[in-house]
Design a binder for this molecule. Structure first.
Ligand code: HEC
Length: 109
């Protein structure tokens, strides 16, 4: 019985860790080119854009606003169309995890 509990606990821990890991991987896959490793808006593909990709480490957006621009893209909130919608590759849980990941970029180092 003890072992079953232990197993359940580790599954739970693994489950939460992997949502965060997945957000990190998705960020590295979809967002780094424009927003850069640390979210500063200094990715290689972002250099040529006007307006520049936002510095995600200093964003003033609320969680809901962030989820909306990520899901529906810049044009949905009156911003640049270069910020494309990612709703097709992220479900609600992944969007939430992405917003949480972006918050970690703002954490003081
Ligand atoms: C092709 C370049 C590009 C890619 C790739 C990209 N973005 Fe953006 N993003 C932008 C630009 C440009 C803006 C600024 C829009 C504006 O100010 O009009 C922006 C703005 C944002 C904002 C608004 C923040 C604020 O305070 O203004 C968030 C959040 C964001 N991006 C998240 C993401 C996430 C998460 C991904 C990956 C899933 C991503 N972006 C991929 C170009 C990009």
């Amino acid at each position: 019985m003890k072992y079953v509990l232990l197993l359940l606990c580790s599954l739970f821990l693994f489950g939460t860790a992997s949502a965060a890991d997945e957000a990190k991987t998705q960020y590295a896959t979809f967002c780094v080119a424009c927003h850069g490793d640390a979210g500063k808006g200094d990715g290689v593909a972002g250099a040529a854009l006007d307006p520049k990709p936002s510095d995600l480490s200093t964003t003033k957006m609320t969680d809901d606003e962030m989820a909306k621009i990520i899901k529906e893209g810049g044009t949905a909130v009156g911003r640049s169309a270069m910020m494309s919608p990612w709703g097709a590759v992220m479900d609600e849980a992944q969007l939430k995890a992405m917003v949480a990941y972006i918050r970690t970029l703002a954490a003081p180092k």
